[in-house]
Design a protein around this ligand. Structure first.
Ligand SMILES: Nc1ncnc2c1ncn2[C@@H]1O[C@H](COP(=O)(O)OP(=O)(O)OP(=O)(O)O)[C@@H](O)[C@H]1O
Ligand SMILES: [Mg+2]
Length: 365
C-alpha cells in the first residue's frame, strides 16, 4: 500500500499564501483527516496531492513515486497518480445513468466487463443505491448524487483515497451510516486516505490521525484522542471540541506559584508551571460543580442551563469571567443558582501566553 510524503510544500495565489511550507508524512493505510477553519488550505493541499493544482515549491511522493518536485520540475498528471478523489462538488455525467457513471471510471482502467459488473453491483449496494442504477443524476436527490460520486470512487479501488467533505450533502442519519460504511471500506481495502471535513465528530470518529491546519500551516498532528486531551496550542484547544473549551487568562497570584487569578477567579493548579501569565484550557467536563456543605471552589452564578440529550451544559459567571460546565442530564441546577466550581488540576491544560503553546503537566501524579 501507499504512503504519502509531502515536503516543504508552498502554494501561493498572487500574494496570498494558501499553503505555507507544509511537511507531512502519512503512513500506509492511515486514515488522515485534515481539519481547520474555512480558508486554511485543506482543499488546496488535497488538490496538490491529486495533481489538480501545481504548488510553487516542495515535493510530493505518493507511494514510491515522486509525483511533484518544484526544483526538478517533476509534475505527474492527475490521471497517472493512481489516486481516487471525491470533492465537495461531485461532477457526475448528466447524460449517463448511475450505473454508466460508475462504469465510466472502470472502462478507463480496462477492467473486464464481468468483473466490472460484479464490482458495480457491490458498491451500489454498499452505498444503498442498487434500486437507482438506471436513473440519471437529475432524477436523484443531492445526497443520492453524492453517494454515486462516492460509489464511483470506491469502484476503482485506488491505493489512495482523497476526499473533500464527501458527506456534506447528506442528512444527519445518512451521514452516520455512510461514515460507518466508509470506515469499513477503508479498513477492508487499507487504502491510505486523506479526508477533509469541517465536521469534528467525523474527524474524531473516522480518523487514525488528525492534522489541524491554520492559515496555510500545520498546527498539530495527533491521534484523535490526544488531539482532544492535549491540544498543543490555544488555537487547537479552541478549535477542537464541541462545545468549546474554556480558555481563561490568569496571572500568578501567590508566592508559591501554584495559584493563578484574574481578579475575579482564583484557581489553585496544584503545581507550579513557573510562568507569570498563563491561559488555562478547561473542557466543560473538567469543571466540578457542587452545592451545600461539602462544596469546593469559588462561587459562580448560573446564567443558563442547556439540556443536550445525555448531558446538560451549564453556563456560569463569576464577575466577567464566563465558563461552561458539563453536568448530568438529570441535574437539579437552575438559572440564577449559586454553585461552587472546582477545576480538576490533572485534566486542565496550561498554556504559556508568550508562545500560546502547551506547558506539559509536572504536578502530582
Ligand atoms: N483558485 C484560487 N485563486 C485564488 N485564491 C484561492 C484559490 N483557491 C483557493 N484560494 C485561497 O486559498 C486559501 C485556501 O483555500 P482552500 O480552498 O484550500 O481552503 P479550505 O481550507 O478548503 O476552506 P473551506 O473549508 O472553506 O473549503 C483561501 O484563502 C482561498 O481564498
Ligand atoms: Mg475546502
Amino acid at each position: 500500500m501507499a504512503k504519502i510524503i509531502v515536503r516543504n510544500l508552498t502554494k501561493r495565489y498572487g500574494d496570498a499564501v494558501a499553503l505555507d511550507n507544509i511537511s507531512l508524512e502519512i503512513g500506509s493505510g492511515e486514515f488522515l483527516v485534515l481539519l481547520g477553519p474555512s480558508g486554511c488550505g485543506k482543499t488546496t493541499l488535497l488538490r496538490c496531492l491529486a495533481g489538480l493544482e501545481t504548488p510553487d515549491t516542495g515535493q510530493i511522493f505518493l507511494g514510491e513515486k515522486k509525483v511533484f518536485d518544484g526544483e526538478s520540475k517533476i509534475n505527474i498528471a492527475p490521471g497517472k497518480r493512481e489516486v481516487g478523489m471525491v470533492f465537495q462538488s461531485y461532477a457526475l455525467w448528466p447524460h449517463l445513468t448511475v450505473r454508466d457513471n460508475l462504469k465510466f471510471g472502470l472502462d478507463v482502467l480496462n477492467i473486464p466487463i464481468k468483473k466490472a459488473n460484479a464490482r458495480l453491483d457491490k458498491v451500489l449496494s454498499d452505498v444503498g443505491l442498487s434500486k437507482f442504477a438506471d436513473r440519471y443524476p437529475s432524477e436523484l436527490s443531492g445526497g443520492q448524487q453524492q453517494r454515486v460520486a462516492l460509489a464511483r470512487l470506491l469502484a476503482t479501488e485506488p491505493n489512495i483515497f482523497l476526499m473533500d467533505e464527501p458527506l456534506s450533502n447528506l442528512d444527519a442519519r445518512l451521514r452516520m451510516d455512510m461514515r460507518v460504511e466508509l470506515k469499513r471500506f477503508q479498513a477492508e481495502t487499507n487504502a491510505t486516505t486523506v479526508y477533509v471535513t469541517h465536521d469534528q465528530t467525523e474527524a474524531m470518529t473516522m480518523s487514525t490521525q488528525v492534522v489541524v491546519m491554520n492559515n496555510g500551516k500545520i498546527e498539530q498532528v495527533s491521534a484523535p484522542q490526544d488531539l482532544y486531551r492535549y491540544p498543543e496550542t490555544t488555537f487547537v484547544a479552541d478549535f477542537v471540541g464541541m462545545p468549546r473549551i474554556n480558555l481563561i487568562k490568569l496571572k500568578e497570584d501567590s508566592s508559591n506559584g501554584t495559584r493563578y487569578g484574574n481578579g475575579e477567579v482564583s484557581i489553585d493548579l496544584g503545581w507550579s508551571p513557573g510562568i507569570r501569565e498563563i491561559v488555562i484550557g478547561a473542557r466543560p467536563e473538567d469543571l466540578i460543580l457542587s452545592q451545600g456543605d461539602e462544596a469546593m471552589g469559588e462561587e459562580y452564578e448560573i446564567t443558563a442551563v442547556m439540556p443536550n440529550g445525555p448531558e446538560t451544559f451549564v453556563q456560569l459567571a463569576r464577575g466577567n469571567t464566563a465558563v461552561l460546565a458539563r453536568a448530568d442530564n438529570d441535574t437539579k441546577f437552575k438559572t440564577s443558582d449559586i454553585v461552587h466550581v472546582g477545576y480538576n488540576p490533572k485534566s486542565i491544560n496550561i498554556y504559556d501566553t508568550q508562545t500560546n503553546s502547551l506547558v506539559p503537566y509536572r504536578g502530582p501524579k
